[in-house]
Design a protein around this ligand. Sequence first.
Ligand SMILES: Nc1ncnc2c1ncn2[C@@H]1O[C@H](COP(=O)(O)OP(=O)(O)OP(=O)(O)O)[C@@H](O)[C@H]1O
Length: 645
Amino acid sequence: MSTATFEFQVEARQLLQLMIHSVYSNKDVFLRELVSNASDALDKLRLEKLRDDALDADVSDLHIEIDVDKDARTLTVRDNGIGMSYDEVGQLIGTIANSGTATFLKELQEAKDAAGAEGLIGQFGVGFYAGFMVADEVTLVTRRAGESRGTRWTSRGEGTYTLEPVDDAPQGTSVTLHLKPADPANQLHDYTSPWKIREIIKRYSDFITWPIRMVPEGAAAADGTGDEEVPPAPETLNSTKALWARPRDEVSEDEYHELYKHIGHDWRDPLETIRLQAEGTFEYQALLFLPAHAPHDLFTRDVKRGVQLYVKRVFIMDDCEALLPPYLRFVKGVVDAADLSLNVSREILQQDRHIEMMRRRLTKKVLSTVKDMMAKDQDRYATFWREFGAVLKEGLVTDTENSDALLAIASFASTHHDTEPTTLKQYVERMKDGQEDIYYLTGESRQSIENSPHMEAFRDRGIEVLLLTDAVDEVWVDAVGEYEGKKLRSVAKGRIDLDAGDDGTDDAEKEKKEKREKQTEEFAGLLGWMTEQLDEDIKEVRLSSRLTASPACIVSDANDLTPALENMYRAMGQEVPRAKRILELNPDHQLVKGLHQAYREREDHTELAGTAELLHGLAVLAEGGRPKDPARFVKLMADRLERAL
Ligand SMILES: Nc1ncnc2c1ncn2[C@@H]1O[C@H](COP(=O)(O)OP(=O)(O)OP(=O)(O)O)[C@@H](O)[C@H]1O
């Protein structure tokens, strides 16, 4: 095989263009990215060797080496880790597998101004390609541990790269950057300066547990004949101690943040750092992070979740999902357990009693951290809940053990305030005399819920309603049922009688009650007839005490599934019968009054059947639904409008 030229995948080319045109103002971070990859490669090799002793690889001195050449203006980052095969180089380096990066590129293209673009760029890591911010040519030589032949990859970052087999490549990977001329005014420093390298490593990569050595200039060129002076020993630039193994007060916040960026693949600081140390029969240390932003794929099926698992400082696996429940899938971090086998598999972890105990403890710790945050730093809590509230609510459905803790840290939009959410505790404190239940309404958006006819009587009486817009809301309210003995009740379900709590001594209330009883009697004929007419879709037509301005609304029976839930079950492939719903009429509305009068006066009700159907269609529209037969609905409507002209 000789040198072959390949084209970069489209997204990769776009990303490279961004790098070449140096969109990041802080170019120093390229080194962090290369060191981060090298460190991962060393972790992987150590693990592979542990699992397969026969692997032909040298693991006696795993390390990262940085080597600069001022004259040639090159900088090389070398590791003796796992390396890549010829095919892997093409797949891993020529394409972009990270879906977050693809989303990032799309958003970047859509960002209208430069300031928007700059803001976006700071959010995404670009890994290996970051080298092109400071170099106009990059060469990577790699040999996979256990294989005999290596591969050289070269590119100038334009449309193509070349691949070529090499016979004498050492195990691992070396990335050589052919540096652009230094341009300090544009943050492009002289990266052949040992001083600069030391500074960058100290700042961004000190927590890396593998030694990062710098070879003094010229030392690497020694030919071993013994004629030249003994070269100075390489200098180790980092402290090589795992952060979670160092005393708490010795680790700065910045150091924690850099570790988070390394393992969280995030370029931004985390919102919160959590440390936990468990002593006793099953010892472990955990260092967890709550990110400041939800990732793009948080609600997709293939989202990676879980923290990194180490056993006595040895990296065992990424994305260890057994250590946290699915509703904490956004938590990043490291768990280092003392008493697990190095060969532990995902399957074993799922069943392990100790792991189960760890998961429970870690879960409680995360939830209590959020609770503290809520008490001490409202703004931070608000950011957290905005980003992750919808995921945490899944826990209300799946984790009954922690539902009280979850309810205590949950907050919801409410009619009490336009923008400030409320906790359930605050809601209960504001409940009116005689109000027994906590009211909520679910829907697509705050606006559509607030405009829903179901809200009318609540608004008129100043009764607070929680406005729930997340897909999971319908499910958890059912699963949880109540908070501190107060039922959670949908204002769109069952009978609502807001006067029920009144003792009837108030004259006005008494009058109201009598009026309603009288109306129910008067309307009985119309209601019965309409129930028959709409029988296909509606199980009952009745008078409403919810409505004050709208003519009609649709409600679900207290124990029936709502349409949104029905749809959700169907989307999950479960067949559920469509529950018939209830149509409620406002007896004080002119349209309803007119219909009632016409019903009583006319012998023949054929014509009125269309009006009954229209009223039903209007109620469906008002809750954001779609009339069953929109064309028929429009025709009925047009007929009547025409007559009214
Ligand atoms: N030094 C290395 N040794 C072995 N494999 C490497 C090395 N550098 C990169 N790779 C491989 O190439 C892949 C792509 O690297 P790249 O830096 O572009 O992205 P990443 O590290 O996966 O993600 P991120 O965007 O967070 O950096 C890596 O996942 C790894 O498999």
